[in-house]
Design a protein around this ligand. Structure first.
Ligand code: EPU
Length: 337
């Protein structure tokens, strides 16, 4: 186990924020992970995955463990499906590409989502009508307190929209070391109804899309709307799409009849935060190096040297204005550290 001190985390968070870790260790094996947790280097432990869903607003006074566990294993397979176990440090999109290459269906709509496999269940990543929970079987974890191993089944994870037990009751208590997925080998259940996927496929004259076609179209759509973190620091959607009840919705709809919305049930409606933020006038705006992306107002960006505090200040300004204009509270999806 190699420990570094005052390590810069700039290359370890997709927002590209400069902050340091008091102690830092990149963890490549379960043995090293146990050793690190048993060490008395620092009383506090901070778990770092792909760094794609956090905003660093200060230096981290803790032992930062960068989870770099690698490997993909086939656990079982039959004619129709395959069960894969994937280590937490595998890059999510590389895993998706591995599935496409082997014609394993179920994650193609989740193409190009930044981050790692081990952090994907924490917020139940989702895009274009698919969510991680649709292919998730279980995950193995290590308890930070006593290093015991515990498996969490899908039910135990309590998945919901951008949410799981690891964001609530079990927050900061377990480290996900690997995840088991069940994917299809034929008769893939393709989802193409969402947004412009169908249109894009038709434009390319594709009538019976393979999972590879779907992945390619989604990559194209994402690249046209979402900034590439390698080019401009960002964490994907900064806010969650808010849910309002039917009474609030009626009032909202009367005032803003052109607003897009998704009806979740008779009593609940989801409003795209990107639309609210755009209508509040923030799309493409910037305060110094902290900005709102020009093509997707839900995404906050670091134009170069913004600090985490500056991004947070911009986020709070947006929250206040959206609340003022629409009476709706939008909440961050990103973890503020
Ligand atoms: N919209 C605007 N202005 C904007 C952005 C969006 O008016 O600046 C409108 C669009 O025109 C559309 C609606 O809002 O009518 C929804 O937009 P979009 O389909 O782009 O999706 P979203 O609700 O903004 C969600 C996810 C994304 C995911 C897409 C596609 C959340 C918080 N975000 O965005 O996830 O890629 O759907 O499934 O649920 C992420 O989590 O990092 C992420 C990018």
């Amino acid at each position: 186990m190699h420990i570094e001190e005052h390590k810069s985390l700039k290359d370890y968070n997709t927002f590209n924020i400069q902050a340091t870790a008091r102690y830092f260790s990149s963890i490549g094996s379960i043995e090293d992970l146990k050793l690190a947790l048993q060490s008395n280097i620092h009383p506090d432990i901070f778990i770092l995955g792909g760094g794609s869903n956090m905003l660093l607003t200060k230096n981290i006074e803790a032992l930062v463990l960068h989870i770099n566990l690698k490997g993909i294993k086939i656990i079982s397979e039959d004619r129709n499906s395959v069960v894969l176990n994937v280590m937490a440090g595998e890059n999510w999109h590389e895993f998706v590409q591995y599935c496409i290459k082997n014609d394993y269906g179920g994650v193609e709509n989740l193409s190009l989502i930044p981050g790692n496999v081990g952090t994907a269940p924490i917020q139940n990543i989702g895009a274009y009508g698919a969510e991680l929970k649709d292919v998730f079987l279980d995950c193995n974890t290590l308890s930070i307190a006593d290093q015991s191993e515990k498996k969490f089944t899908k039910e135990e994870c309590k998945f919901a929209y951008r949410n799981s037990i690891f964001k609530h009751q079990k927050k900061g208590k377990y480290i996900i070391t690997n995840v088991t997925f069940k994917l299809t080998k034929n008769n893939h259940r393709t989802i193409i109804e969402y947004g412009s996927i169908k249109q894009e496929l038709e434009n390319s004259n594709i009538h019976h899309p393979s999972i590879k076609d779907i992945s390619e179209v989604i990559i194209k759509i994402r690249e046209s709307k979402l900034p590439n973190p390698n080019e401009i620091g960002n964490s994907g959607s900064f806010f969650k799409n808010p849910t309002i009840n039917n009474i609030e919705f009626e009032k909202f709809y009367k005032n803003f009849p052109t607003a897009p919305f998704y009806k979740l049930s008779e009593f609940e409606y989801k409003i795209p935060a990107g639309w609210l933020i755009e209508k509040s006038g923030f799309k493409g705006q910037r305060d110094g190096d902290a900005g709102v992306h020009k093509n997707q107002a839900l995404v906050l960006v670091n134009h170069g040297n913004a600090s985490g505090k500056e991004i947070l200040e911009l986020a709070e300004k947006i929250q206040t204005k959206v609340k003022q204009d629409f009476g709706i509270l939008i909440e961050p999806e990103v973890n503020i550290v």
